[in-house]
Structure formats: structure tokens, C-alpha cells
Ligand binder design. Structure first.
Ligand code: ADP
Length: 675
């Protein structure tokens, strides 16, 4: 392309352009030399007029990496005007690189041949407008964003509101639950406080019980092996108030001979395998007072899940007195054993439920057995002489029913076939419901005594029998003499002889008594049963006795027509004995009342006097052989009348008993079963 110098006409044009307020520059050549620049553009560039004639790179080096030179070259090459609004350009103005925005144009200036020979650059600084628009757009965008955010927030708000409503509902239900929980909590709190009260009450009770039981309490902390206790225990151990001491110091108080054993027991209890229980007895010596005390320690160790002892506590009981009593008891038991052995007393305990008996060797010996032999109640009954089996059972049953000791004497047949007599006593014991559980007692071999008794009885029988013959003759002679004296009207002799007759009768009665007893003892008494009217028999006996005791007034309340089947003589003997006792133990002239009546299936006879009476403690023993009330020793007698009466009544399956008060009199009753 051919360079064409600026012409004068161009110069004029340039002057016009220089005046233009639009920023204008003209570039030419491929280096983009600034051929023209008016003040407006130079001001925009932030340069001065020296830029004219320089290439654009020299004048505005900051445009080096910007597209302007390329746009210029394109316009030069194509001749097509380039126009752009809001085109950014970085320019160094006031020494600072800044970005400005321009609406600008690169217009190709062509010659007549249509060739581009320069480019006119017009530019308007629209930085303010651009930034304004941009700010507006930015604001709009921000507003848009805000709106979107707002919408999103709104949605969120709605969702939140919904959630809030749901939460509110939940909150309400939670509140309800909470108030229900609160109520439960209140209830639980009430319960806890009631439990606390109960706990306190229990604790008070426990402390009271501990105190009442005179117990010491102790607590061992296994982690540090320190030992503490209540006041009583500290006193016993000679410790100061609130003093906690190491275990080994506490065990020093234990007597040396016990110490090792106690330590071993503690160690064992704290071993998880042992179950933690501790129960041992030992003696402690109070280091302050020097007083020894025998104690029983009981306790329990608690373990954690690893089997480690975490606590070990318990009680201490002062058993000094108990131990002393035990020793004394043991001594007296040994003494008793010795005495029993010396007296050949056998002891037994019979379990009433099982019939099992535990008995001493002597007890078995009394039944002809050795210590090794099995001996239960059934075995015992087996050896009882058959006639006495029922009697033995009856004695045991009676003792149980009447809650009293029983005494039974009976023959037993030893395994070698010999007969031996035993006396067995027993006392029933009862459980809390009043049921008899066992009978405990002793046995004694009375064979020898029994033989002596028999010999004595035989002797009494023999003597009585021998006495009876001369007495009968005596009675005969007296009666003959009495007859003669009456005939010759010798009243004195008759009177004396009738007194002799009375005395002979009394003697006869006594001898009869002895004879009866000897017969009874040797089992020679036999009942001769016959039917008779009771009141008739009593009337006959009264007649006989009125002769013997003429000064007493006998009143008889009859029971007409009451028939009995019994041994008439022996029942007559019983009535006679009761009447003669009533007369013997009451003042003359006093009244003796005799009643007979039918009560249910029994006939009851009562003999009442208003005599000296009998002390209560003698009532049960009156019917024993030879028993006499001590205070009556001045009144003669042998103590066999009531014994015989009781034996006779018992053999009739009747009962005999007494009601009496000292100084007021006595009533003897007996009953007999009716047909
Ligand atoms: P005894 O021959 O001694 O009278 P008993 O066996 O008939 O013998 O009586 C035993 C004891 O009972 C008497 O010694 C007497 O102490 C007392 N006894 C019996 N009957 C009466 C009675 N009616 N009043 C007072 N004591 C009596």
C-alpha cells in the first residue's frame, strides 16, 4: 500500500478534529503510529501531546496485552469499521493502572481508490454509565437473588411454620407427656420419700434391735483393710471414739491362741469362692481394762463383678455368759449322765410322728437289748408283756392329752425269754400349734424292787391271813359273851363287849385292806360282776358304818332304781372306805352327805364331809399306794384305802376324783359306767 502524506486539506480537518470534544485519534502504518490525537483522547489516556508520532506501544505500553492493536490491524486490512460499546480498556492514568469503559469506533479512512490508509478512533468515556448500569444490573441481580432467597426463605418459612406447627403439636404432646412424667415423678418422689421414711424407720428399728441385742457392729474396708465399728464394739476393742484402725491392729486384741484361726476365717470369707459368709467365735482382751470377752462374730463380704471383695461387715455378740452357761450346762449334763449311769437310768426321746426313738444304751439294756440294736416305739411295744400293752398306750395317750408326766410300771419280756419290770416316765412336748411332737423321759429297771414288793406283799398277805383266823375266833367269842351279858342284863359288860366288837370290826377292816392290797399286787384280785341296785348297796354300807361311827349324821340322797353291773362287794368296799374317811377326817356330830345319781351313761356317787379338807397339792397323789397327807399324821391310817378304791374303780373302767379345800371339807366322787 502506498503511503500518502497528509495534505493541507487534511490539516484543516485535523484542526477541526482537534477542537472536537469527542475524543479522537488517528493511527496509521502497520505499527499503529499515532498520527493525530486531540486533547480529549490524550486526557483519557492520561498522557500529553508527546504521544503524537509515537507507535501506540511506545505511547501506551499498558495496551500491549489488550486487543486494540489487533482491531486496528483488522480494520486496516478489511476496511470494515469496528464499533463496540462499553469496551473496557486498562490505562495508566495518574500513575495507576485503571479500567475505563468506552463506546468506541475504529473507522477506516480510505482514499479515492478505496484503500484504507489510516484509521480514525473515536471514543466516548462511558465508564460512569457502564459502572452505573453495572451497578444497577448488579443491584437487580442482587435483588433477584434476594427475591429468590426470599422466596426460598418464604418456602423455608412455610416449611418451618409447618414444622413449627408440627413441633408445636409435638411440644404440646411432649408437654402432656412431661406433665404425666412430672406426675409420675411426683408420685415417685412421694414414694421415695415414703421409702426414705420407711428406711429411716427400719434403720431406727435395726439400731434399736442392735442395741437391744447388745450387739457390736463392725465394718472392714477391703481396699485399705481398715476396721471400724459402733460405740459398743470400740469399747470392747478399747478403741477411741471414731477411731478407724488397720485390721492387723484390731486383730491384736484377739487372744493369741484364736488369732490365726480368725485371720484365716476372714481371708476365707473375702474369697469370692467361699460365698462370703463368716461366723466364728473367739476371745478378745480389752487392752484398756484387761477384761476378756468371749464373742461370736458373724458377717458377710460383698463382691464386685470381678469377684473382688468391696465390703465386709457384720456383728459381734458378747457370748461370755452364754459360753459360761454352756460350759456349766455341759458339766451338769455330764454329771447327769454319770448319775444316770450310776442309777442305771435309761433316757429316751420318742418322735411321735415317725415313732422313731433315740435312746441311751442303758434304756436299751433295760429292755434286754444291746446298744447296737434298733429300738423304735414299735420295737418297744413288741417286748411289753401282752397284758400291759393297752395299759402302756393308755398312759402315753393320757399324758399327751393332759399335758403331764406319765409314770408306768410294766413287765417286759427280754429276748432270752425272762420277764423284767421297768418303770418308764415321760413328758410330752408340743409345737407352736399345740400338737404333741415328742415324748422324752427315763426308764428304770425295777425287777428287783418288784420282787421285793412281791415278797413283801406275800408276807403281808400271809400275816393278814394268819391274823384273820384268830380275829374271827375273837369276834365269835365276843359275840357269845355279848349275848350272855345281855341275857343276864349286865349292861356294863354288854356295853364293853359291843365296843370290843367295834374294835374287832375295825381291825378286821384293816386286815382286809392288807389282804386286798396283797391280792391286788400279785394280780389275784378278780372282779365278780353282778347286777344290783346302787342305792340299796349304799344304804347297807351306811348301816354298817353307822354302827362304827354312831356320832356322825349321815344324809343319803337316794337314786332309786339305778341298776349297776359291777363287783357288788368291791364297790361296797369303796363306798365304805369313803364314808369311813369322811367320818375319820371330820369332827363328830358333823354331817356326811351321800349322793348317787345318773349322769349320761354313768352312775356318780359322791361322799361329802365338812371336815379338815385336803391341800390342793395333795389331790393328785391321794390315790397312790401308802400316800398320806402329811398334816394328818396324827390320825391313824396306812394310806391304802383310797389306793384300793382307785384300783377297784379303774378296773370297772370308772373314774375317781376329789374336790376339797382345807378347813372346809372334801367331796370324793366316783363314776361307774352304766349298762
Ligand atoms: P388312810 O388310811 O390314811 O385314811 P386313805 O388311802 O384312805 O388312807 O387316805 C389317804 C389320805 O387321804 C389320808 O391319810 C388323808 O390324809 C387323806 N384323806 C382321805 N379322805 C379324806 C377326807 N375325807 N378328808 C380329809 N383327808 C382325807
Amino acid at each position: 500500500m502506498k503511503k500518502r502524506p497528509l495534505l493541507d486539506t487534511d490539516s484543516d480537518l485535523l484542526q477541526v478534529l482537534a477542537l472536537s470534544e469527542d475524543a479522537t485519534a488517528i493511527y496509521h502504518t502497520d505499527e499503529m503510529v499515532i498520527a493525530f490525537a486531540n486533547d480529549a483522547i490524550i486526557q483519557i489516556w492520561g498522557k500529553d501531546r508527546s504521544v503524537i508520532g509515537k507507535t501506540i506501544e511506545e505511547a501506551l505500553p499498558e495496551l500491549h496485552d489488550q486487543p486494540f492493536k489487533q482491531i486496528f490491524l483488522d480494520v486496516m486490512r478489511t476496511g470494515i469499521t469496528y464499533q463496540s460499546d462499553d469496551m473496557p480498556a486498562d490505562l495508566v492514568v495518574d500513575g495507576k493502572r485503571q479500567t475505563f469503559y468506552f463506546d468506541f469506533k475504529y473507522r477506516a479512512i480510505k482514499n479515492e481508490a478505496g484503500e484504507t490508509y489510516c484509521v480514525m478512533n473515536t471514543a466516548r468515556d462511558v465508564t460512569a454509565r457502564y459502572l452505573g448500569r453495572k451497578a444497577i444490573a448488579e443491584a437487580e441481580r442482587r435483588e433477584q437473588d434476594l427475591n429468590e432467597e426470599l422466596a426460598a426463605s418464604n418456602e423455608e418459612l412455610v416449611a418451618s411454620n409447618e414444622e413449627l406447627a408440627a413441633s408445636n403439636e409435638e411440644l404440646t404432646s411432649l408437654n402432656e407427656e412431661l406433665s404425666a412424667i412430672n406426675e409420675e415423678l411426683q408420685e415417685a418422689t412421694d414414694q421415695v420419700s415414703s421409702l426414705n421414711r420407711n428406711l429411716k424407720y427400719s434403720e431406727d428399728n435395726l439400731n434399736f434391735a442392735i442395741d437391744a441385742a447388745n450387739l457390736g457392729t463392725w465394718d472392714l474396708d477391703p481396699s485399705v483393710m481398715s476396721f471400724a465399728g459402733n460405740e459398743r464394739l470400740r469399747n470392747w476393742f478399747g478403741l477411741r471414739p471414731y477411731q478407724e484402725i488397720p485390721l492387723d491392729q484390731a486383730t491384736n486384741v484377739i487372744l493369741e491362741q484364736d488369732r490365726e484361726r480368725v485371720l484365716a476365717a476372714i481371708e476365707k470369707a473375702m474369697d469370692h469362692q467361699s460365698g462370703g459368709l463368716y461366723d466364728t467365735k473367739y476371745t478378745i482382751m480389752n487392752p484398756l481394762t484387761g477384761i476378756p470377752r468371749k464373742v461370736r462374730a458373724k458377717g458377710k463380704a460383698l463382691f464386685d463383678e470381678n469377684g473382688q471383695a468391696i465390703r465386709f461387715s457384720g456383728t459381734l455378740q458378747d457370748i461370755t455368759e452364754e459360753e459360761q452357761t454352756r460350759i456349766e450346762l455341759e458339766e451338769s449334763r455330764k454329771g447327769l449322765e454319770l448319775a444316770m449311769e450310776a442309777a442305771r437310768l435309761g433316757a429316751y426321746k420318742l418322735d411321735l410322728k415317725s415313732g422313731k426313738m433315740s435312746c441311751s444304751a442303758q434304756f436299751k439294756h433295760n429292755f434286754g437289748l444291746t446298744e447296737q440294736d434298733k429300738f423304735d416305739f414299735s420295737d418297744m411295744m413288741e417286748v411289753v408283756q401282752p397284758d400291759f400293752k393297752q395299759y402302756v398306750m393308755l398312759q402315753v395317750e393320757k399324758a399327751i392329752a393332759e399335758r403331764q408326766i406319765y409314770n408306768a410300771e410294766y413287765p417286759v419280756i427280754w429276748p432270752d425269754g425272762t420277764e423284767h419290770w421297768v418303770r418308764v416316765s415321760g413328758l410330752p412336748t408340743y409345737d407352736h400349734s399345740g400338737e404333741a411332737v415328742c415324748v422324752m423321759g427315763v426308764s428304770f429297771d425295777i425287777t428287783e424292787q418288784r420282787r421285793d414288793d412281791l415278797r413283801k406283799n406275800d408276807f403281808i398277805g400271809m400275816v393278814s391271813h394268819e391274823l384273820k383266823t384268830p380275829l374271827t375266833s375273837l369276834k365269835g367269842y365276843v359275840q357269845v359273851l355279848h349275848g350272855k351279858a345281855s341275857k343276864v342284863k349286865d349292861e356294863f359288860a354288854a356295853g364293853m363287849l359291843s365296843k370290843v366288837n367295834n374294835q374287832v370290826n375295825k381291825m378286821n377292816a384293816m386286815i382286809n385292806g392288807f389282804l386286798s392290797i396283797s391280792r391286788l399286787e400279785s394280780g389275784k384280785i378278780l372282779l365278780v360282776m353282778e347286777e344290783f341296785a346302787l342305792d340299796q348297796l349304799i344304804a347297807e354300807v351306811i348301816d354298817e358304818n353307822e354302827v362304827l361311827f354312831p356320832v356322825h349324821h349321815i344324809e343319803f340322797h337316794r337314786c332309786e332304781g339305778l341298776l349297776l353291773s359291777a363287783d357288788r362287794d368291791k364297790i361296797g368296799h369303796v363306798v365304805s372306805n369313803l364314808i369311813s374317811n369322811a367320818a375319820k377326817y371330820s369332827s363328830s356330830e358333823s354331817v356326811i352327805e351321800i349322793h348317787c345319781s345318773k349322769e349320761g351313761n354313768e352312775a356318780i356317787v359322791s361322799v361329802k364331809d365338812s371336815g379338815i379338807g385336803i391341800p390342793k397339792e395333795d389331790h393328785d397323789r391321794l390315790f397312790e399306794r401308802y400316800y398320806r397327807v402329811e398334816s394328818n399324821s396324827l390320825i391313824s391310817g396306812f394310806g391304802i384305802g383310797l389306793y384300793l378304791s382307785a384300783e377297784i374303780i379303774e378296773r370297772h373302767k370308772g373314774r375317781i376324783w376329789v374336790e376339797s379345800e382345807v378347813g372346809k371339807g372334801s367331796v370324793f366322787h366316783f363314776s361307774l359306767p352304766l349298762l
